[in-house]
Design a protein around this ligand. Structure first.
Ligand code: GLA
Length: 393
């Protein structure tokens, strides 16, 4: 009898440990893709939009520079059947999700979807609470590659437990799916989510209109405000587990070029997921150029996976560093002022970490080699703009 119980508890332990993990070797660099929310929200998302966005991701050269996920955010789901399986909103997605996922895959891209740990999603659609295993099974069957998992309507739930539950459900379903936690940083996921998901939101939503700074009900949500909230949590990010300051607002509401360039550069420096949220079909040429700047993307995608950090703060003018592979270094001068700023670059006095020897310098947005770190110089950084240098050993 005793051996039988021992056997039973061993079985239980094995089952438990087998499923208590996330999929490893996913998102080894920050995920890149497109998500429907920032432009289409609930009302505008549908099958045609998703298909056309997959087409545009290829046609406009985003796929070539590394964007791969097409993610449907909220509002694809409408109810549950008598067995508890999720029902797709057939008005928006008449062909069903599987067909759409197949289409996205046929373009050489990956497919993502959205749900919520509570009883309802933020837009009031059915959440996954109580149906985690059924939903994970469905996603795997459809060929989902990425799940964004939100935190609305979760009163009384424990974040760690809720996110681990979905992690385990996904693992059991057997299809490698990038797991994106979206609990807005409320429970400091950077402290506990490394083994739960592949990325976690660190803040409330970015202002979809792409404002530089500002607040809603006292919450700072302009993209530059979100940058401030990443200070100090850089040590928690690395290959397979990223801090997520939310999706990009480049291209939304005619964000000025300088601000778009600064926003994109700072997300690159932060090793943030690069999830575009603009209408890729109709984006301006300058937004396309910004989103597809290979050298800025290379900073974001550097295999070392180090999140950038602030090394100088002069109030509205900051210097950021991101260590890169082979001892290379990215430096970003970020001018938050609404007027141009002259800055004396003095390489030895910038607090650059592990700065040793001589480096060649390239100004990435100007696409210009500008000598070596043996020479200091004065530079002008335009209003609400950046200058990004790559220092090469
Ligand atoms: C929350 C999330 C957003 C978006 C919406 C959808 O606000 O933080 O990113 O997914 O819900 O309803």
């Amino acid at each position: 009898m005793k051996t039988f119980y021992l056997f039973l508890s061993l079985c239980f332990l094995t089952i438990n440990t087998t499923f208590s993990q996330k999929f490893e070797n996913l998102a080894l660099t920050p995920p890149m893709g497109w998500n429907s929310w920032n432009t289409f929200e609930c009302a505008g998302v549908n099958e045609t939009v998703i298909r056309e966005m997959a087409d545009a991701m290829v046609a406009k050269g985003l796929k070539d520079v590394g964007y791969e996920y097409i993610v449907i955010d909220d509002c694809w789901q409408i109810g549950r059947d008598k067995d508890g399986y999720i029902i797709v909103d057939k008005e928006k997605f008449p062909s069903g999700i599987k067909v759409l996922a197949d289409y996205v895959h046929s373009k050489g891209l990956k497919f993502g979807i959205y749900s919520d740990a509570g009883i309802k999603t933020c837009a009031g659609r059915p959440g996954s609470k109580g149906f985690e295993y059924k939903d994970a099974e469905t996603y795997a069957k459809w060929g989902v590659d990425y799940l964004k998992y939100d935190w609305c309507f979760t009163e009384g739930q424990d974040a760690k437990t809720s996110y681990k539950l979905m992690r385990d459900a996904l693992y059991k379903a057997g299809r490698p799916i990038v797991f994106s936690l979206c609990e807005w940083g409320e429970n400091k996921p950077w402290e506990w989510a490394e083994n739960v998901g592949h990325l976690w939101r660190t803040t409330l939503d970015i202002d979809m209109k792409g404002r530089f700074d500002g607040n809603i009900n006292g919450n700072l949500i302009g993209w530059s405000d979100l940058v401030d909230k990443q200070v100090g949590i850089e040590k928690f990010a690395g290959p397979g587990h990223w801090n997520d300051p939310d999706m990009l607002a480049v291209g939304n509401n005619d964000m000025p070029i300088n601000e778009a360039r600064a926003h994109f550069s700072m997300w690159a420096m932060l090793a943030a997921p690069l999830m575009a949220g603009n209408d890729l079909r109709t984006m301006s040429f300058s937004d396309q150029e910004i989103l597809t700047n290979k050298e800025i993307i290379a900073i974001n995608q550097d295999v070392l996976g180090k999140q950038g950090f602030k090394i100088k703060d002069y109030g509205n003018f900051e210097v950021w560093q991101k260590p890169l592979k082979n001892g290379d270094i990215a430096i970003c001068l970020f001018n938050r002022e609404i007027k141009n700023k002259k800055y004396q670059v003095n390489w030895k006095q910038m607090n650059i970490k592990d700065f040793a020897g001589e480096y060649s310098i390239k100004n990435l947005w100007k696409n210009k080699e500008i000598g070596t770190t043996n020479t200091n110089f004065l530079i002008e950084v335009p209003a609400r703009d950046v200058v990004v240098f790559k220092l090469k050993k």
